[in-house]
Design a protein around this ligand. Structure first.
Ligand SMILES: Cc1cc2nc3c(=O)[nH]c(=O)nc-3n(C[C@H](O)[C@H](O)[C@H](O)COP(=O)(O)OP(=O)(O)OC[C@H]3O[C@@H](n4cnc5c(N)ncnc54)[C@H](O)[C@@H]3O)c2cc1C
Length: 389
């Protein structure tokens, strides 16, 4: 399991878990609380064991393992602790299983990871590793591995796709747009995201959202912001060249507009979180009639809203679309001032709207929580999980 994004707050009203499952999760959580302070040592032992049991798995990871840090172990533990929330977990695991085909993961690798996980916990917990605790961890891991493997086995798509960089354009010192031409068309839907491996950072997969709807020629456009200390984003922004070949995993994601439902749509996008919204709008713009869409597009300053002119132009010929720019300070005329969370909640709870949120982890967290407090129902809101750091 790689450093995949995990949902930050529950998305759905859960079915009550059976008492045995609740007890299993409690045992896992209590034992993890005791082990967690030793995460660095634990991680080192875990990887050592995985690479001994299944040496081929070493090729799934970057040469410099420091970059991987604690990601996989933390992702694994997080998922193990969610086994009492099957409504959220099962679809996520099935995505993850399909996604892991891009690494060349095979059934014996799942076995090695499970064995290493249990051995790591046993070594760490000592006398607290009772037969009940062992059974809880083993059962939870079995559920996870089975879901992932079944989904992987049922997927007829290629395990990954290649695409060639046709254009790399620097928009500012920390932002670039990259256009690629795929070697085979990637079957994504507007609003989805893809995992990407770039030649400058082999085996460091990251998620990026195409900023366009699927096109007949299959070309894809990405907006990439270099984050401070970022291994991959900085390499993409500074060193991508035409002719580079990128590798993609299967499309993932929940952001979508259902035109059949005819429900109003509220889009909230911060920074490069505008990319999946642009993709959705690009898809909608192919139709004359659409549900009413309002998009709040925010950044710290006016300069951060790098696609605002394009959005305004789109709104000028599509009456179903309203664009509301938001900046955190010194708002020019026609802009609203505040964080996106401040501004959208000033309008109340947005009844009768489907709400789509996209942006940095902090922005998604703040916006979703504030909207819930303002009275928006959880099942009105969609967002893609954010990275696991
Ligand atoms: C569903 C999804 C879609 C995404 N779409 C895009 C996209 O279209 N364009 C894009 O530029 N990025 C997008 N991202 C973020 C991207 O996947 C990477 O996380 C980001 O580029 C940082 O990777 P890195 O290797 O440079 O940083 P890392 O080396 O992984 O991390 C370096 C530091 O940056 C912090 N960090 C990691 N990610 C972020 C982030 N998103 N915002 C702020 N700080 C961060 C880490 O906590 C760490 O301190 C998306 C993420 C997800 C989960």
């Amino acid at each position: 399991m790689s450093a995949d994004p995990v949902s930050p707050v529950p998305r759905s009203v859960h079915r009550e878990a059976p008492p045995a499952v609740t007890a299993m999760v409690r045992l896992i959580q209590d034992s993890w609380t005791k082990a967690e302070p030793y995460l660095p040592e634990l991680t080192q032992f875990f990887y050592g064991m995985v690479f001994t049991l299944a040496p081929a798995t070493r090729d799934f990871f970057p040469i410099n393992m420091d970059v991987q840090r604690n990601r996989m172990v933390r992702a694994l533990i997080h998922v193990v602790q969610m086994v009492d929330q099957p409504d959220d977990l099962v679809p996520f695991l099935r995505h993850l299983g399909r996604d892991h085909r891009k690494f060349g993961v095979e059934p014996q690798h799942y076995e090695a990871i499970g064995t290493a996980l249990l051995a790591t916990m046993k070594r760490q917990l000592g006398p607290d590793w009772t037969p009940e605790v062992e059974q809880a961890w083993a059962e939870a891991y079995t559920i996870i591995a089975r879901q992932m493997q079944e989904a992987a086995a049922a997927d007829d798509n290629p395990p990954n796709w290649l695409a060639t960089v046709a254009e790399h354009r620097r928009i500012s010192w920390d932002l670039a747009m990259v256009r690629l031409e795929p070697q085979q068309v990637i079957p994504f839907r507007a609003g989805q995201y893809l995992s990407v491996e770039v030649p400058q950072r082999p085996r460091l997969w990251r998620y990026l959202s195409p900023a366009n709807a699927p096109r007949p020629d299959g070309s894809l456009e990405f907006h990439v912001r270099a984050v401070d200390g970022g291994w991959v984003s900085r390499a993409i922004v500074s060193h991508t060249q035409a002719g580079d070949v990128w590798r993609f995993g299967p499309p993932l994601g929940r952001l979508r507009v259902d035109r059949e439902q005819d429900r109003k749509v509220l889009m909230i996008a911060g920074g490069t979180g505008i990319a999946p919204m642009q993709s959705l709008l690009d898809g909608l713009a192919q139709y004359g009639e659409n549900p009413k869409v309002q998009i709040f597009y925010g950044g710290r300053t006016r300069e951060d809203l790098y696609v605002l002119e394009g959005l305004k132009m789109m709104a000028s010929c599509n009456p179903w679309l309203t664009v509301r720019p938001v900046v955190e300070a010194d708002a020019p005329s026609g802009f609203e001032q505040g964080t996106l969370a401040d501004v959208v909640t000033r309008y109340g709870s947005w009844p009768d709207h489907d709400v789509l949120v996209s942006g940095s982890p902090a922005m998604i967290r703040a916006t979703v929580s504030r909207m819930l407090v303002a009275g928006t129902a959880l099942d009105q809101i969609s967002y893609d999980p954010f990275s696991f750091d």
